[in-house]
Design a protein around this ligand. Structure first.
Ligand SMILES: Cc1ncc(COP(=O)(O)O)c(C=O)c1O
Length: 385
């Protein structure tokens, strides 16, 4: 624990082993795309480990560029692609891949390919009945008329319908309908898609209450892939399933009290620094340990509360813990994906925590300092500029 307070630690060796594990359970030749929204701190080390990086905002792309991700390893996705940003990309060298997530985006990319005389490779994102992607009929129309836009290289189809999917049946349904669509495009328009990029939303078990037979899910999924008629390239787009296991969040007990029969541990972090998927008012029990007290038996149950002046700032309720004291540290496990950035960092002007990476060689390096957020919440005559 550093003197300054709560922090995150991401173990790159675990990311590497996790990727090996996923690949062992998938058919040969399946490529992996890392959804960088899950955790941007892992990107640099992962460049040689994955085939592609899925980027969904100008900020994410600037991070990837800064960290040396080759343009041809990126897929530019996003429900809103800022026009100036896409134009700048289209006009610059480097072969990036783009998803088409609306007919507006289709027209925009087509127009840019023509204006700059540049071949733009695209994946057509099929909607899952949400605001994302386009209808099957739109995909069919785009494919049917592809001779009208020769500079738009239609690479294939992309699909993502949600996260934390534990049902093999649902995955089977999705793969079957994608397979039917790709087959239909070939039958009806003589179009052979080169690739399918699919986000299976593989689940992560975050809570003590959860059971997950991951082995069975992955093996079943691998079998589904081999049963597809589609013989092009398949890329799986994954975030939490790659990154969650590598992360730990450490926060220190700064106070404890017993109010009306309830035990409260106050920690120096809180919900502005950590968000777990599906967590609501601390009703589930994240996997957590007390470093140095792992072998001690539970003595009491505690409500773990952060330091925000908000009654919502409850990280977990009624957690059985060994004897606790001010100065003890709590370590929240499986926090490598989304937990750090999905929170309400600017709320109540508290700090953004430090980040450490444990490199594959075991070296522990600080890769982000602690940031005070009060400057961002202070009006200034020059607009903070
Ligand atoms: C398009 C797309 N692909 C991949 C992912 C990663 O999802 P997961 O973390 O469930 O693997 C997301 C997450 O929101 C997404 O929107």
């Amino acid at each position: 624990m550093t003197a300054e307070g709560a922090y995150y630690e991401f173990d790159m060796g675990m990311v590497r082993r996790r990727l090996d594990y996923l690949r062992e359970h998938l058919p040969d030749g399946i490529a992996l795309a890392y959804a960088v929204k899950a955790n941007t701190f892992l990107i640099r080390d992962m460049i040689p480990w994955v085939e592609r990086f899925e980027v969904c905002s100008p900020g994410e792309l600037r991070i990837c560029d800064r960290l040396g991700v080759p343009p041809e390893k990126t897929v530019i996705s996003g429900v809103y692609k800022t026009p100036e940003f896409i134009e700048k990309l289209a006009a610059s060298p480097g072969d990036r891949l783009y998803t088409v997530e609306s007919m507006t985006q289709f027209r925009q990319l087509r127009e840019l390919s023509e204006r700059y005389g540049k071949r733009l490779p695209v994946l057509l994102r099929l909607t899952n009945d949400s605001q994302f992607g386009i209808n099957e009929e739109d995909i069919r129309r785009i494919v049917e008329n592809r001779g009208d836009y020769p500079l738009l290289e239609l690479r294939g189809v992309q699909f993502f319908s949600g996260t934390q999917k534990t049902s093999l049946k649902k995955l089977a349904r999705e793969l079957r309908s994608l397979d039917d669509l790709l087959h239909g495009l070939q039958e009806d328009y003589g179009y052979r898609a080169r690739e399918l990029e699919y986000g299976p939303g593989f689940p992560v078990a975050y809570y003590k209450e959860e059971t997950l037979d991951e082995e069975a899910l992955l093996d079943g999924f691998a079998q589904l892939l081999t049963q597809m008629r589609f013989s092009g390239h398949v890329t799986l787009e994954l975030g939490r399933s790659i990154a969650a296991c590598c992360g730990k969040y450490f926060t220190r007990v700064v106070d404890l009290k017993h109010n009306r029969g309830q035990n409260y541990l106050l920690v120096d972090g809180g919900m502005h620094q950590i968000v777990y998927f599906g967590q609501y008012m601390g009703m589930k029990h994240p996997i957590l340990t007390v470093p140095g007290k792992e072998s001690e038996a539970a003595r009491d149950t505690w409500n773990i509360c952060g330091s925000l002046c908000s009654m919502n700032d409850i990280l977990a309720k009624a957690v059985p813990l060994p004897e606790m004291a001010i100065g003890d540290t709590l370590c929240f496990h499986n926090t490598g994906a989304y937990c750090m950035t999905e929170g309400i960092s600017l709320f109540l002007s508290r700090d953004i925590p430090e980040v450490y990476l444990i490199r594959e060689n075991g070296a522990r390096v600080r890769v982000r300092r602690r940031f005070e957020t009060d400057p961002l919440n202070t009006p200034t005559p020059e607009g903070n500029g």
